[in-house]
Structure formats: structure tokens, C-alpha cells
Design a protein. Structure first.
Length: 305
């Protein structure tokens, strides 16, 4: 057997269960919020609170995670429900890409993970880069047709939903639970498939293979982006893994923490709940170019202390 690859069933099972148990609570949070949105948020309310200006809507979507934090494991199902309620596609894209990082929970975990390695600088750079990437990508999506981006069942917003609901609190709560249960079953299938693929890499490939990449900034950034995608870590904990790569430049660790929460193996599967396959390819390619370009071109120093 080659020295860079091996397979251990106990290691795979332990790591797989760890990924699943880490992600399921956030999926539950996401589907619970999705169920509440489905039943208690009339489309007319959403229309009133959203800015009419597209640029303002995208910026609002980018900062919404600060008030409504959501892990990447649960964000897609929330976005699907918001799109069904009439949230503009570009606003939804900005929120989907920014919320897993631009929130106080991830800010605190990043600061804690990088103690001794410029914690404040790494935290601020991570949030700023994630916000910029989300806004740029959402701005591009603004000019795309919904039929190119979304699955057929999401292309048209059902106007019939916007009527006065005469159900009482008990009926509405029961409807929210039914809606959340359906969403949970939908997203869990994709999540488990993605987690299994990510775990296979994480437990079977010798991680020392990537260490020689640290000597070149472009290779380091690309290598850490690929690693983030394959490991499929949660955005609330990935900083602790990134911080262990002390030999790598700060730019590559930022790429790891910005790219992973928006493109990893489990997310690519989960994106299929909302987006067409051709758009998923477009989205992944665009995010690769954006994150790689920003982290290699911007003068990001190696933060210390």
C-alpha cells in the first residue's frame, strides 16, 4: 500500500461520527428556523423590510449573519425557504456566503484559535475577506437569470402563499414542525453523503503530503483551499485546525478559513437542494478564483503575537 494512502475502518467510523455529530446540531437549528420562516413570515413582511436598492440589499445580506448567525451546515435550507418567500436571489446569495463567517461566534473562535499568531488581525481579515467575497459573488448573481441559478421548483415564487392565515398558534406550530421535519430529511441525505466523502480523505490520506507547499505562497494558498474543501470542517471550529499550520503563511490560513465555509465536499452536495448543477459548477469556480486571487494578490503579512 502506498505510504500516502491507507484505510482504517475504526478511524473512518470515529471521524465520520464526529463530523456528523458536529454538523447535525447546526442543521437542526437551520431547519427549525426554516420551519418558523415557512409558517410565521408572510411574504409581504419580507417585501416591506428589504431595501429597494439592489446594492443595499446585497450589503444587508452580507451583514445579516451578525444578527442571524448560521453555520454552513444549516444555511442552505434557510436560504431555500427565504427564496420561496420572495427574498431576492442576490440578497440570499450574500447572506448564504457571508453568514457562516460574518458572525460573532466565528469571530470569537477565530480570535481564540490564533492566540500568539496575531489573533485580532486574523479575525478581522477573515471577516473582511469573507464579506468581500460574498458581496462580489452576490453582485455577479444579480445579473443572472433565476432559471440558470435555481432548481425548477424554486424559480417561481408562489404568490398564493401571501394571504391572511387564520390558523391558531397550535396549528401554526404543528405546521412549522412538519415543515422543519421535511427539510431535515432533505438536507441530511446530502450532508451524510458529503461527510462520508470528506471523512474518507481525512482519515486515509497522509496529511504530511501537503507540507512542502508552505514554501511558496501561491501553492500554499491553493493547497490550503483544497484541504479546507476536503476536510469539510465547521466554520465555528476550522480556525483551530488552520492555526496548527504554523509553517504556512497567514494568507494561506485565511484562504483555508474563507474558502472552507463556502465550498467543501458536504456543501457541494447540500447546494443541490437549491441550485442547478451547472450553477454549482459556476459558483465553485467563481469562489476558487475570488479567494485564490485575493489571498495571493493582497499584501497580507504574516501576523505574529
Amino acid at each position: 500500500m502506498d505510504h500516502w494512502f491507507w484505510f482504517s475502518l475504526p478511524d473512518f467510523a470515529y471521524s465520520f461520527l464526529s463530523v456528523v455529530l458536529e454538523g447535525v446540531p447546526f442543521i437542526l437549528m437551520g431547519v427549525a428556523l426554516s420551519g418558523l420562516i415557512d409558517v410565521f413570515l408572510p411574504p409581504r413582511i419580507l417585501a416591506r423590510v428589504l431595501p429597494r436598492n439592489a446594492a443595499a440589499g446585497i450589503l444587508l445580506g452580507g451583514v445579516l449573519g451578525a444578527v442571524l448567525p448560521m453555520c454552513e451546515c444549516g444555511i442552505v435550507v434557510v436560504i431555500r425557504r427565504l427564496l420561496q418567500k420572495g427574498l431576492p436571489l442576490s440578497n440570499a446569495m450574500a447572506y448564504m456566503l457571508a453568514a457562516p463567517v460574518v458572525n460573532p461566534i466565528v469571530a470569537f473562535s477565530t480570535f481564540s484559535a490564533f492566540r500568539g499568531q496575531g489573533p485580532l488581525e486574523m479575525m478581522l481579515c477573515r471577516i473582511a475577506l469573507s464579506f468581500v467575497v460574498a458581496v462580489i459573488m452576490a453582485s455577479i448573481v444579480y445579473f443572472l437569470q433565476r432559471s440558470f441559478v435555481l432548481r425548477p421548483d424554486l424559480v417561481t415564487v408562489a404568490a398564493a402563499e401571501d394571504h391572511h392565515d387564520h390558523r391558531g398558534p397550535k396549528e401554526k406550530t404543528a405546521a412549522a414542525v412538519r415543515s422543519a421535519t421535511k427539510d431535515f430529511l432533505d438536507v441530511t441525505v446530502y450532508f451524510v453523503l458529503g461527510a462520508a466523502v470528506a471523512t474518507l480523505f481525512n482519515t486515509s490520506v497522509n496529511q504530511q503530503v501537503i507540507m512542502p507547499l508552505a514554501e511558496d505562497r501561491a501553492l500554499a494558498v491553493g493547497g490550503m483551499m483544497a484541504l479546507a474543501s476536503l476536510l469539510s470542517l465547521c466554520s465555528t471550529s476550522d480556525a483551530f485546525v488552520a492555526a496548527t499550520f504554523t509553517a504556512f503563511p497567514s494568507a494561506s490560513k485565511l484562504a483555508f478559513m474563507v474558502f472552507g465555509p463556502v465550498v467543501d465536499l458536504k456543501l457541494i452536495f447540500i447546494y443541490g437542494l437549491v441550485f442547478r448543477k451547472r450553477f454549482i459548477v459556476f459558483l465553485v469556480a467563481g469562489l476558487i478564483l475570488l479567494v485564490f486571487g485575493l489571498c495571493t494578490i493582497l499584501p497580507i503579512p504574516n501576523f505574529r503575537g
